[in-house]
Design a binder for this molecule. Structure first.
Ligand SMILES: Cc1cc2nc3c(=O)[nH]c(=O)nc-3n(C[C@H](O)[C@H](O)[C@H](O)COP(=O)(O)OP(=O)(O)OC[C@H]3O[C@@H](n4cnc5c(N)ncnc54)[C@H](O)[C@@H]3O)c2cc1C
Length: 780
């Protein structure tokens, strides 16, 4: 035992040793008779108390004379100082502290070491007889008690095993998630802090190679190209990688999903044979060059051209202006090939956007003639991804490099396509690339889960402000406001997992007939989920105070790296409008297909809604049974989705009748469109979550009953919190009364309080290994 405590004071070693006991005895502000008895009687027999010490002890344990606030604070400070210096293998006990303090106050500690070690049993007995020291006392004295023991207890106290939650969240992807995490936990994946972009990019490239060597990159490719033909497995790996490093997951996505996906989805078999296997092993790094400086969201407006030269059977790829240069292209600095999206011109006629594979570097990594590449430099985040700009100056490639699944050039030099309408062809081509919108929100959700796990774990151990003077300070997650900030986000993360799983299942089982609906769904869910990620991480940063701002606690990187998720793979605002347009088309189609019958059905449905959901009794119904029933929130979500799309259609029709163009009418209803799209997504998420719960309830696994009631409450919180967020709209629509709106608000508070004891287990259910979570404030 080395004693390097600043020996505090003029107090004798004996009194110093008693300080933790005095602090504990007075921690509830009054001394009970047994406490006084125990302190005085047993203390009298303690050999280290001198005759001068005993009257001091008597005075300080006099029930009629509580210590001043300053003295009490002094006791706490001395106790804490000792607790911080106490070796890690010592238990959190008053006796250990007493020995430590007594020894520290000796003039010659080395000479008294054995003496004080021998006092431990007597002090332990005193501690045991003190009448049950409050756990809070230990927690306020021992910072390590807070950091280690309390959290472990909070988790083990719950009846729920987080592994059960994890199993439900990961579903059939549990195997691949575990396989990927195992790789990520290798020492080669340790996360050094790399703030120089070139170093960081090299590290990310090495990680990506290691994943590729393990077959993770090629998971979605057919077996003949080294893959397992499984989009679902690829999705599982993708979300797991996002627990580790977001630059890595984006680089991974660019190489195997975007570049590999363009070759696979837009190319023919000869293209697959030529490039896919080496893409999956990362021997052939490639990039996906769609966006231009001048055109991002508006892909149809791209300026790069590919002009066909029949004489040489070549395509001439060219950037006609600086703004036509490709911009933000991931892998631009490492790639050897680029899938370049450009206007295909054959015999002077433009056939719209197509993808052409253009070599940009040789095998040694030198940029090829006619190609200019510029680094995009430092970004707000994702600095491990090499984004760059690329220009083409009359670069000639064989016509064979045209990815020609949806449009090619025949031997005689004419253009042909299985899809005659250029508009339909364009959307079909882009539709095949929808995978990115299925996977990106899953990575975003992983990042949000990491931030939530960090913030909730911190919230369980951090204390601020005592409830009364001389009481230990309050755990911050016990503040209703902290619960309000974090628990609805945790609930939304669960609900979104089920929503995104539904999208993935539909995507995996897709048929050409489903594609339109899946694209719309992906556009909406990508936007809703990535907006959630941004909002959740910001809230977690604030909820962790100054600690959350420190880079070591990872929220800063999570925030900076995911910020762009709302923009790439399609800007969210633009995507939500795509979804709204698709909803309107469906709406119009159902009217056209069924003619007058549909109108009657629709009117009938509205009348039914008014009778069943908008009758004055239901509008005012506030009993908990009603508010918590899935029937209530499901009908509320469906009502909002249906109402917003019908009123949108009515408004558009009215503007067009007034003589406005469809474009002008669209602009006038733009915010309405986005609200309708959001309502559709929320309805989809709540339906998917309820379906998943129903599956659990009807399954015969009895031990899941506690888990399923916890999940039920969690989804309820998502639902009522979402309704609360739209309270103004529901009130305006006459769907709920003011009283009901108030009852919903109270229910949100109540559900937050009820879920508070399960907060630790809910975030542990995300299944993020401590090493990947990485934040010292969150790691047990
Ligand atoms: C880090 C990073 C990596 C990327 N990687 C790649 C890559 O590998 N390959 C690639 O091809 N591209 C990549 N991109 C480009 C990305 O896909 C584009 O940034 C994205 O498509 C948006 O385009 P933009 O930046 O031009 O924004 P814009 O389309 O100009 O949008 C700017 C703003 O205008 C708003 N807006 C635009 N149109 C409308 C409208 N009709 N109605 C209402 N509001 C509107 C948007 O909501 C947005 O707020 C990447 C971008 C970044 C930043």
């Amino acid at each position: 035992m080395g004693v390097d405590l600043p020996a505090s004071t003029s107090l004798s070693p004996g009194i110093q040793a008693m300080i933790p006991f005095l602090y504990a005895a007075w921690s509830d502000r009054h001394l009970s008779v047994p406490e006084v008895e125990s302190l005085r009687q047993q203390a009298g027999a303690l050999p280290f108390l001198t005759e001068e010490d005993k009257p001091v002890l008597r005075e300080w344990s006099d029930p009629a004379r509580p210590p001043s606030r300053e003295r009490y604070q002094q006791w706490l400070s001395s106790g804490r100082l000792a607790a911080e210096a106490l070796p890690e293998d010592r238990t959190a006990s008053l006796a250990e502290l007493g020995v430590w303090l007594g020894l520290a106050a000796e003039e010659d500690p080395d000479a008294r070491r054995d003496f004080w070690a021998a006092q431990l049993p007597a002090l332990q007995e005193l501690e045991a007889n003190l009448g049950g020291v409050q756990e809070d006392t230990y927690r306020s004295l021992f910072p390590l008690y807070d950091q280690r023991q309390k959290l472990a207890e909070a988790i083990t106290e719950s009846r729920i095993d987080p592994n059960d939650l994890q199993r439900i969240l990961e579903g059939e992807r549990a195997g691949i998630i575990a396989r990927t995490k195992k790789i990520l936990l290798r020492p080669s994946f340790d996360r050094p802090t790399l703030r120089i972009k070139e170093d960081y990019r090299e590290q990310v490239l090495r990680w990506c190679r290691e994943l590729a060597q393990e077959g993770i990159g090629a998971l979605s490719y057919p077996p003949e190209y080294g893959g397992e033909d499984s989009m679902s497995e690829y999705a599982g790996a993708f979300e797991a990688i996002a627990y580790h490093d977001l630059s890595l997951v984006i680089k991974f996505g660019v190489q195997f999903g975007l570049w590999g996906g363009a070759v696979y989805n837009l190319g023919s078999k000869r293209h697959h044979d030529r490039w896919l296997r080496e893409t999956g092993t990362l021997e052939l790094p490639g990039c996906f060059a769609m966006t231009e400086t001048g055109h991002g969201s508006n892909v149809r407006g791209l300026e790069t051209t590919a002009v066909y030269d029949h004489e040489h059977r070549e395509l001439i790829v060219h950037s006609p202006s600086i703004a036509a240069g490709k911009e933000y292209i991931g892998n631009a600095i490492h790639a050897r090939l680029a899938a370049v999206f450009c206007q295909l011109i054959v015999d002077g006629e433009s056939h719209g956007v197509h993808a052409v594979v253009v070599p940009i570097r040789d095998a040694e990594g030198h940029v090829l003639p006619g190609i200019r590449v510029a680094d995009n430099g430092y970004k707000m985040g994702l600095n491990g991804v090499d984004n760059g700009r690329i220009w083409f100056d009359q670069v000639r490639v064989p016509v064979d490099n045209l990815l020609d699944k949806y449009g090619g050039i025949t031997e005689d030099g004419s253009y042909h396509s299985p899809i005659r309408s250029p508009g339909k062809r364009f959307f079909t081509m882009l539709g095949t690339l929808v995978g990115g919108r299925v996977f990106v929100p899953r990575a975003g959700l992983s990042a949000a889960k990491s931030a939530l796990a960090i913030a909730v774990r911190y919230g369980l151990r951090r204390r601020q402000f005592p409830s009364e003077s001389m009481r230990s300070e309050t755990i911050i997650l016990d503040y209703p406001n902290q619960q309000r900030r974090l628990l609805p986000l945790v609930a939304k993360a669960y609900a979104l997992q089920f929503g995104l799983d539904h999208l993935l299942d539909r995507f995996v089982a897709r048929t050409p007939d489903d594609m339109r609906e899946i694209e719309a769904m992906a556009a909406g869910l990508k936007s809703y989920a990535t907006w959630f990620t941004t909002a959740a991480i910001q809230e977690c940063r604030e909820a962790t105070g100054g600690k959350g701002y420190l880079a070591e606690n990872r929220i800063t990187d999570l925030k900076a790296d995911t910020d762009i998720f709302t923009t790439f793979e399609g800007d969210n605002t633009v995507l939500m409008q795509l979804l709204a347009k698709s909803l309107l088309t469906e709406f119009k189609k159902s009217f056209q297909e069924d003619g007058n019958i549909a109108v009657l059905k629709f009117i009938g449905r509205r009348v039914t809604t008014m009778v069943t959901e908008q009758n004055p009794y239901v509008v005012r119904q506030t009993d908990r049974e009603h508010l918590e029933s899935p029937g209530f929130y499901q009908t509320a979500f469906h009502f909002r989705a249906r109402r917003l799309v019908t009123t949108l259609a009515q408004r558009l029709r009215a503007y067009i009748k007034e003589g406005k163009s469809a474009y002008e009418a669209g602009l006038l209803c733009q915010t309405h469109m986005i609200a309708a799209a959001e309502a559709y997504v929320e309805q989809l998420v709540v339906d998917a979550a309820l379906d998943r719960l129903e599956g659990l309830e009807t399954s015969d696994v009895s031990e899941t009953s506690d888990v399923s009631s916890l999940l039920k409450k969690t989804i309820q919180l998502y639902a009522v919190h979402t309704i609360e967020g739209h309270a103004a709209w529901y009130l305006e629509s006459g769907y709920i009364s003011g009283q009901k709106s108030k009852a919903i608000r109270k229910l949100v508070d109540k559900l937050c309080a009820e879920l508070r004891p399960e907060a630790g287990v809910l975030v542990d259910g995300f299944g993020i290994p401590d090493k990947l979570l990485g934040a010292p404030i969150a790691v047990v």
